[in-house]
Design a protein around this ligand. Structure first.
Ligand code: PEP
Length: 258
């Protein structure tokens, strides 16, 4: 039975206490769900990470960082090094979130350096990709996604690909002004992503989990999760209350026949 992935990026929300309260509650509420069939992960703020790692059993909730520098140390004011994240106890690093690409102007080349660095330091790398509204208007979504995958994953070998997760988050679907992708559209893009991953990694590409993110809510989670090429849901706003996220997870799991 294929494992389902559920996760949330807390962005620049929640204090350290709010984060640990949230994680404690989410771990309690979801504790009875087998982790053989579900991977649950949360990506809190940097300042919460060390406390969160001390608080939470990462077999229940894997913890991730929202970004990471590609160098171990040096003159990179404001950046966080892989060694610092290892020290905090983090297992997962998110790379190339839409806000990093579009607000902070990160490039595919930079995301690629981060992915390589994350894998070299033993992390799982969650690479986020997604087309803009303009790309979609010109029906260029598939080409854009392929380009982001080919550049972002350049130089990764089959062994490294074992620790890659991909989140497909169309830029136009994310956040308060976003419109969720229809399940049909998301499935077509996921098929394209999976095709590209199989081309890049003929032996292991099929195993790389591909999650959908962008205005996932209790109303659309079920129809998204039942799509054959969607392996999980990467949820923002609808996940930031532990009880609501627990309900969303359970209804999605039920829809998927678990
Ligand atoms: C996101 O920003 O990655 C995200 C999925 O947010 P939301 O679900 O709130 O659209």
């Amino acid at each position: 039975m294929k494992k389902l992935y559920f996760g949330s990026n807390l962005k620049m929300y929640k204090t350290i206490k709010e984060t640990t309260d949230y994680l404690t509650s989410l771990a309690d509420l979801t504790g009875d769900i087998s982790r053989e069939e579900m991977e649950l992960f949360i990506i809190p703020s940097y300042t919460s990470l060390e406390r969160a790692c001390a608080f939470v059993d990462q077999h229940l909730i894997r913890l991730g960082a929202q970004n990471m520098c590609w160098e171990e140390q040096g003159q990179f004011t404001g950046e966080i090094s892989p060694l610092m994240l290892q020290e905090a106890g983090v297992k997962l690093v998110m790379i190339g979130h839409s806000e990093r690409r579009h607000v902070f102007r990160e490039t595919d080349e930079e995301e690629n350096k981060k992915v390589n660095c994350a894998l070299e330091h033993g992390f799982t790398a969650l690479l986020c990709i997604g087309e803009t509204a303009e790309d979609k208007k010109y029906a260029a979504g598939p080409e854009v996604l392929r380009m982001q995958l080919k550049k972002g994953l350049f130089g990764i070998d089959a062994a490294g690909a074992d620790r890659i997760w991909v989140a497909y988050e169309p830029v136009w679907s994310i956040g308060v002004n976003g419109t969720p992708a229809t399940a049909d559209y998301a499935e077509r893009m996921h098929q394209e992503i999976k095709r590209c991953l199989r081309e890049l990694f003929p032996e292991t590409g099929e195993q790389i989990p591909v999650l959908y993110g962008g205005s996932v809510n209790p109303g659309n989670a079920k129809e998204l999760i039942v799509q054959p090429s969607i392996d999980g849901l990467f949820v923002g706003r609808a996940a930031w209350q532990a009880d609501k996220f627990n309900e969303l997870i359970r209804s999605a799991k039920k829809a998927a026949g678990r």
